[in-house]
Write a protein that binds this ligand. Structure first.
Ligand code: UDP
Ligand code: MG
Length: 314
C-alpha cells in the first residue's frame, strides 16, 4: 500500500487552514479505510514564515491528530522554496508525495487517480486543469499565454499544470540532484524524465482568504520561469544583432552610392554608415558574449547530465 505524504506550503493561511485540514483529514481517512493508502500516511504543512496564526494552527492540528505534521521555515522564502523544502524533507519518508496549495483550489478527489497511476508505474503524475472558469479572464489569458511563450522558448512545461502533482520517491531522489538556487519547479520536474502521466480536474475558487500571488509575484514567477529554463532570450539578441548588421551593409552600400551620385550633404554618408554598422556590430558582440554567459549559466546549475532508469545487469 502506498505511503502517501502531502506537502502543503502555507503563507498567512489562518483563514483557510482549519477548513482545508478538515477536508484533507476526511479524504485521508476515506482513502485509508478503502485501503488505498497506508495508515502511516501524513499531511504535512510547511509554514513559509507566516505573520499570522498559521503556525499556531498547524501546531494545534498536529496535537489533535497525528496525521498532521508541520515544518516551519525561519522566514518567508516564497511558495517555490517552501514547496521544495517540503519535497526534500519528506522524500525519504514517503513512497510518494503530492504537492497541493493550502486553499484547496485543486481537486483533492483526484488523489485516488494519482495514486492509482503511481501504483501502475508512473513516477510523476501532473494535475492539469481542464477548465479555468473560476479564474478571471485576465488571469486565464496571462497564464495560458505564459505557458505558450515558455514552450516557444524551448522549455518543457505541461500546459495548464501548476504545482499540483504527485512525485514518487525515486523521482524526488532524482530531483534532489538539481542543485540550482533559482527554481521554477513545474519547469524542472519534466527534466527528470521517467514515466509520467496527467490527471485532469476543474480548479475551483479559493476556500477563503485572498490570493497570496498578487500580479507582482505572478510576473516575478513567470520571469523566473523563463530565465531559469531558457537562454533563448540571449540568442534573440544575437539574431537581432546579426539582422541589424546585415541591414547596415545595405545601408552602407546605399549611402556610398548616394555619395558618389553627389546627392548628399557632407558628413551624411559617413555618419549613417557608422551608426548602422556600429549599432549592429555592438548588438552582435553583446549577443556573442551573451552566448558564453548563457553557457556559464547552464554550467553553474550543475544539473545532472543523466539519470539511470534501469540497468539490466547479470
Ligand atoms: N504561498 C507560500 N509562500 C508565499 C506565497 C504563497 O507558501 O510567499 C502558498 C500559499 O499559502 C498557497 C500557495 O502558495 O498554499 C499558492 O498561493 P495562492 O493560492 O495564494 O496562489 P493562487 O492560487 O492565487 O495563484
Ligand atoms: Mg490559490
Amino acid at each position: 500500500m502506498t505511503k502517501l505524504y502531502l506537502a502543503i506550503p502555507c503563507y498567512n493561511e489562518e483563514e483557510v487552514l482549519r477548513d482545508s485540514a478538515a477536508k484533507l483529514a476526511k479524504k485521508y481517512s476515506d482513502m485509508m479505510a478503502a485501503g488505498k493508502i497506508s495508515a502511516d500516511s501524513k499531511i504535512v504543512f510547511i509554514d513559509d514564515g507566516s505573520k499570522d496564526r498559521t503556525w499556531e494552527i498547524i501546531t494545534q492540528l498536529h496535537g489533535e491528530n497525528p496525521v498532521f505534521q508541520g515544518i516551519k521555515l525561519s522566514r518567508n522564502r516564497g511558495h517555490q522554496n517552501a514547496l521544495l523544502c517540503g519535497l526534500m524533507t519528506l522524500r525519504n519518508k514517503a513512497d510518494a508525495v503530492i504537492s497541493i496549495d493550502a486553499d484547496l483550489q485543486d481537486d483533492i478527489n483526484v488523489f485516488d487517480e494519482m495514486v492509482e497511476k503511481y501504483e501502475a508505474g508512473c513516477d510523476v503524475v501532473y494535475g492539469v486543469r481542464s477548465k479555468r472558469e473560476t479564474d478571471t479572464f485576465f488571469k486565464r489569458f496571462t497564464a495560458e499565454a505564459f505557458y505558450k511563450i515558455l514552450e516557444k522558448l524551448g522549455a518543457k512545461v505541461i500546459f495548464n499544470h501548476a504545482d499540483f502533482r504527485l512525485m514518487s520517491k525515486r523521482a524526488l531522489e532524482a530531483f534532489s540532484h538539481y542543485k540550482e538556487t533559482n527554481i521554477f519547479l513545474r519547469g524542472m520536474v519534466p527534466l527528470i524524465g521517467y514515466k509520467s502521466d496527467i490527471v485532469t480536474y476543474e480548479r475551483s475558487e479559493r476556500l477563503a482568504g485572498e490570493s497570496k500571488y498578487p500580479l507582482k509575484k505572478m510576473l516575478a514567477l513567470a520571469w523566473e520561469g523563463i530565465t531559469s529554463l531558457s537562454i533563448q532570450p540571449i540568442r534573440l539578441i544575437t539574431w537581432l544583432g546579426l539582422i541589424i548588421f546585415l541591414i547596415s551593409l545595405i545601408m552602407i552600400i546605399y549611402s556610398i552610392v548616394r555619395f558618389f551620385i553627389g546627392a548628399t550633404v557632407s558628413g551624411w554618408a559617413s555618419t549613417l554608415c557608422s551608426i548602422w554598422a556600429l549599432g549592429g556590430l555592438q548588438l552582435l558582440a553583446i549577443g556573442i558574449i551573451g552566448e558564453y554567459i548563457g553557457k556559464i549559466y547552464l554550467e553553474s546549475k550543475r544539473r545532472p547530465r543523466f539519470i539511470v532508469e534501469t540497468f539490466l545487469e547479470d
